[in-house]
Ligand binder design. Structure first.
Ligand SMILES: [Fe+2]
Length: 284
């Protein structure tokens, strides 16, 4: 087995590894070590069944069942099917997941620590996943901004990403806001945190999942979010994962910013996702 750094700022790829190899503790430990050191680990073209994917997840932590039953893999509630495919006039999975920059589930109080994807049916010409490092984003903040955000917390929310649904029709803006506040209350997280494994400082929060920074006025907030967007999306600091069949991709949710790119019209794409909680929560 070989380990290659994908970029200077994020990601390691393990090559020459099969599912059978991963049964050996020393090989699996290499995967976990790479994950903790490099935030994101990729093994290309590794054939694993859905059951085997869950078994791998169990060795990292505690896989958590996906909330929407209709999009779980049969008999394996831990697997969320992310797919644009339709069978018998029914979507087989959740279409268009995460097509904006984010850290997974930062809008909940205790996000699961790891995400694991397996590429089941993946086009190679579109539907890529972009990755950036929250450590690298923090490093590139100008010093005056580092000072301004030190010890501050931010409000995180899913409100910007919610779509208006039929149950909202007829609500006033104020009523709609009240509905969101009741169903998806904002949560607060420190903006600046330290990774428990690398001890590196990172920025926790991406504008699409943040409402505001506590203590900032509207202008400061807008300036900060604009700065963050430019740092996160700087092409020199983004790794693009172009999927090939059976790729296994695992990341730490706190330090890994990512975004899905669009899939070409008429092209099928299915990925299996498992969310994994650490045995010992990392923060808060
Ligand atoms: Fe995500």
């Amino acid at each position: 087995m070989d380990r290659i750094d994908l970029t200077p700022f994020i990601g390691a790829e393990l090559t020459g590894v099969t599912y059978e190899d991963l049964q050996r503790d020393d090989v699996f430990d290499e995967l976990v070590t790479a994950l903790h050191q490099r935030e994101l680990v990729i093994i290309r073209g590794i054939e694993v069944t859905p059951r085997q994917q869950v078994d791998l997840a169990v060795r990292i932590g505690r896989p958590i069942p996906f909330v929407l039953e209709q999009y779980r893999y049969p008999e394996l509630p831990e697997i969320m099917i992310s797919s644009n495919e339709v069978r018998d006039n029914k979507s087989i999975g959740v279409a268009r997941v995460g097509n904006f920059w984010h850290q997974d589930s930062s809008f909940v109080a205790k996000p699961a620590e790891y995400t694991m994807l397996h590429g089941v049916n993946v086009p190679q010409t579109s539907g890529h996943t972009l990755f950036a490092s929250a450590v690298d984003v923090y490093d590139r903040l100008p010093d005056d901004w580092k000072k301004k955000i030190d010890d501050r917390k931010a409000w995180h929310t899913v409100a910007k990403r919610l779509r208006i649904r039929s149950e909202h029709v007829g609500l006033s803006t104020a009523e709609y806001r009240a509905w969101i506040e009741e169903k998806h209350p904002k949560v607060e997280h420190p903006l600046v945190r330290q990774d428990p494994f690398t001890k590196q400082t990172y920025l926790y929060g991406a504008p699409e999942y943040m409402d505001s920074v506590q203590g900032f006025d509207a202008n400061e907030n807008e300036a900060f979010f604009t700065l963050l967007d430019s740092l996160i999306q700087d092409p020199d600091h983004v790794y693009t994962h172009r999927w090939t069949p059976d790729d296994l991709v695992v990341w730490k949710t706190s330090t890994t910013l990512h975004a899905a790119t669009d899939v070409e019209p008429g092209v099928a794409r299915t990925v299996h996702r498992v969310s994994i909680e650490a045995e010992q929560p990392w923060a808060e």
